[in-house]
Design a protein around this ligand. Structure first.
Ligand SMILES: [Fe+2]
Length: 154
């Protein structure tokens, strides 16, 4: 699968989790944390494989390098926000507000990538190259998931 498709699929999965969070009834406070944990896991993996394998390919492309720099800065903001939410108790009045801000940041990430960065990737990288990076992204994701599971069991 092409790298852009792999990443798009991630975007859709995370967006779906945010939708599930929004649909939680106000009184279902116990339902918040498990969903936010899944959002955090999915986002961690997504940002990481992008940073490790996808962005370096585009940093070499002069037309894309500024956008990638901006994207990396935005990743950091998302990570900071995730860490902040993880420290909060789901009953905290700010909890839902912070998840909403995280969703807005993520939506911005998706828009910028899909409308600006992916078209540049398709312009500057061959179809074969995009397929190869797609494989690398999927393999790396599997590897990171295995490591995370092992760490949970240890
Ligand atoms: Fe992304």
């Amino acid at each position: 699968m092409k790298a852009t498709m792999v990443l798009k699929r991630d975007h859709q999965a995370v967006s779906g989790l945010f939708r599930d969070f929004e649909r939680l009834p106000d009184e279902d406070i116990a339902g918040r944390r498990p969903l936010v944990d899944r959002i955090r896991q999915e986002l961690d993996l997504h940002l990481r494989i992008e940073e490790e394998l996808f962005y370096p390919e585009l940093e070499r492309v002069p037309e894309a390098s500024d956008l990638i720099r901006e994207a990396r800065t935005e990743h950091q903001l998302v990570k900071d926000l995730i860490a902040e939410i993880a420290r909060l108790d789901p009953t905290d009045l700010d909890y839902v507000a912070k998840v909403e801000v995280l969703r807005e940041n993520f939506t911005h990430h998706v828009e910028e990538e899909e409308s600006e960065i992916f078209p540049l990737a398709k312009k500057h990288l061959s179809g074969d190259r995009l397929d190869k990076i797609g494989d690398q992204l999927e393999n790396r994701r599997d590897e990171l998931m295995r490591q995370a599971r092992k760490a949970e069991l240890a």
